[in-house]
Design a protein around this ligand. Structure first.
Ligand code: 4AD
Length: 575
């Protein structure tokens, strides 16, 4: 091939196939020129030099074309070689991919011809949930001389794994997991070959014990003889597959935007199932203790825990709020129903983005009549421990809790009881400062960080009692022996801090009015509450427990946001 001269001008040249590399149409880089034409040509280069141009002039002085330096040539040759190799490799891969695509297409086309049908000579299957192990209806086969029960199950594909002729699925249905095996034509249909995670499927087959040494949920596997996947049941695959939308590494904010998908994950679904069990246990325990359940209103015109966190809204022509607590309404039920409780939503317009604050949370509240402060603390301890015992009595739920929080143990009774004053002394002793960076003093609201550090160091449930009147709500009863403090309690748990707030209530009319005055609340709207002190008052008290905080502690979750279905907090009201 004849030697040609190619021109390279870093300033005005272009690395493009539209250039031909002659003097009027130079390339920008030597590497590109060598890659395009080979190294055996002559390459010349020049540099524009603006240094000598007169001020204010656009003119550029351009030097002569000179052969390229040896070192530059060596570099360009290497560059061209690597680029060439890369291009060859890409080409090879493209060929391979095209072939694979064609092969797969062919396999899929063939697979479409494989039609499976249910064998009508097999025993009628029984419908079970995936965790069903009732021995009176389910017998496990061993694959040789013992036949297992033939069952029909519905679920979604949680995981799938292919071996040459066999497909293993892990199916989930919200109750449990089941290992399923497809063999023969079942593993070769179009549906099997294109099966995506989360696809819903109906499967029939025989339940057998897993071979010795192998592991599967409930020690069994379903040997499928037939399955059905309706076209509308298939889950998105490829780019849109669920695994590309939510995974362990996805940012928490994205996980919350995609909460509807996050909920399908193992951790989120375990927390939600434990939540169901815990809520049920509260109902059970309250029944045992003869408390009656009521359902107070959510739309109210009175505050309970301070005006700063009220959600206001227009109620026809009036102003109303979303309830902060059902406590005042519970108090009104005591004369007619005895001890009462409710499990309702409470709303707090918290502007804080802490891991334990929600704008909407589930509040478990109870109110007890004719009690003293000690009775209240004893009851609270009893309820919390019984709820845990009842919850843990279900082996599946216990296992979920231990999966989430392996070190969990039901706390020992009695809980540590500590007066506010002693907590202040403890914080000073342990050099844990208040919010202003100063040593704690009587009257300080113990802030979240200090409270959590103290709870984590003590590392067991604490009943913190006798808070100063000034930092507590208008309705709290003063301690007869020390008027500076109230008969109040917060229950603090390691890892979370306060999960319960409660107190004895002022039961005398005049004292309550003084409480309103102190907090500068107009008592007029509270006539229905203050009337309780006019028509047969009583010593009574109660508390509120944040279900999400209780769960964050029980299930060792970093934030209460992961302990409710669709969390609402400052800045989030979706999905
Ligand atoms: O301490 P609090 O504000 O007490 C009351 O509302 C009382 N009126 C309850 C009563 O005596 N019936 O709230 C009680 C509990 C807290 O300990 C905490 O667990 C939870 O409710 N809580 C919250 N949980 C999540 N997000 C928030 N913003 C919460 N505010 C309170």
């Amino acid at each position: 091939m004849a030697e040609t001269t190619y021109y390279i001008d870093e300033d005005v040249g272009q690395d493009s196939t539209s250039q031909n590399g002659d003097e009027t149409s130079p390339y920008k880089s030597l590497g590109f020129a060598v890659l395009s034409h080979g190294e055996w040509h002559k390459f010349v280069t020049r540099k524009s030099d603006t240094g000598d141009a007169p001020e204010g002039s656009d003119a550029t002085a351009t030097s002569e074309w000179k052969p390229v330096a040896k070192a530059a040539m060596k570099k360009a040759v290497n560059y061209a070689k690597t680029q060439k190799k890369k291009a060859e490799k890409e080409q090879e891969q493209l060929v391979l991919r095209t072939k694979e695509d064609a092969d797969r297409k062919k396999v899929l086309e063939e697979a479409k011809k494989i039609v499976i049908e249910e064998d009508s000579s097999l025993p009628t299957p029984i419908r079970i949930k995936l965790d069903d192990t009732a021995p009176e209806k389910i017998k496990l086969g061993n694959g040789s001389d013992t036949k297992g029960t033939r069952v029909r199950v519905f679920g979604r594909v949680h995981r799938e794994r292919r071996q040459k002729e066999v497909m293993f699925l892990t199916l989930k249905d919200g109750y449990g997991l089941m290992q399923v095996i497809f063999t023969g034509p079942l593993a070769k249909t179009y549906d099997a070959l294109t099966l995506t995670r989360e696809t819903s499927i109906e499967i029939l087959g025989e339940l057998r014990a897993v071979p010795e040494g192998a592991h599967a949920p409930n020690g069994r596997e379903l040997h499928a003889d037939f399955y059905k996947i309706h076209s509308g049941w298939k889950a998105a695959g490829g780019e849109d597959a669920i695994t590309n939308r939510v995974s362990k590494d996805t940012e928490h904010a994205t996980l919350l935007d995609l909460r509807h998908l996050t909920l399908r994950g193992e951790t989120a679904s375990k927390v939600m199932i434990v939540r169901d069990a815990v809520e049920f246990a509260f109902n059970t325990v309250y029944k045992e203790l003869r408390l009656r359940k009521v359902s107070p209103p959510a739309l109210v015109q009175t505050q309970v825990e301070g005006g700063a966190t009220l959600f206001k809204f227009g109620y026809y022509n009036e102003e109303a709020y979303l309830t902060q607590s059902s406590q005042l309404y519970l108090e009104t039920c005591l004369p007619s129903m005895g001890d009462v409780y409710c499990i309702e939503k409470s709303f707090r317009a918290e502007k804080s983005l802490t891991r334990r604050h929600l704008a909407e949370y589930t509040h478990i509240e109870a109110e007890l009549d004719f009690i003293n402060f000690n009775d209240l603390l004893d009851h609270l301890e009893e309820v919390m421990c019984r709820v845990l015992e009842v919850t843990m009595a279900d082996p599946a739920i216990k296992q979920y809790i231990l999966d989430l929080n392996p070190e969990f143990q039901v706390p020992e009774r009695p809980f540590t009881r500590m007066k506010y004053q002693d907590a202040i002394d403890w914080l000073v002793e342990h050099k844990i400062p208040n919010e202003h960076g100063e040593p704690h003093k009587f009257g300080d609201d113990i802030a979240e960080a200090a409270e959590r550090r103290m709870t984590d160091i003590i590392n067991r449930p604490i009943f913190l009692t006798h808070f100063p009147t000034e930092i507590k709500a208008f309705y709290m009863l003063k301690d007869k022996d020390d008027a500076r403090v109230t008969e109040s309690v917060d229950c603090l748990m390691p890892g979370v801090g306060e999960i319960v707030g409660g107190s004895m209530r002022m039961d005398e009319y005049d004292e309550l009015m003084a409480g309103f005055a102190r907090e500068q609340i107009d008592p007029a709207a509270y006539y229905w509450y203050t009337d309780q002190r006019k028509y047969g008052s009583s010593p009574h008290g109660g508390y509120g427990l944040g279900l999400e905080r209780f769960l964050a502690w029980l299930c060792k979750q970093h934030t209460v946001r992961d302990c409710c279905l669709y969390p609402r907090y400052f800045g989030r009201c979706k999905p």
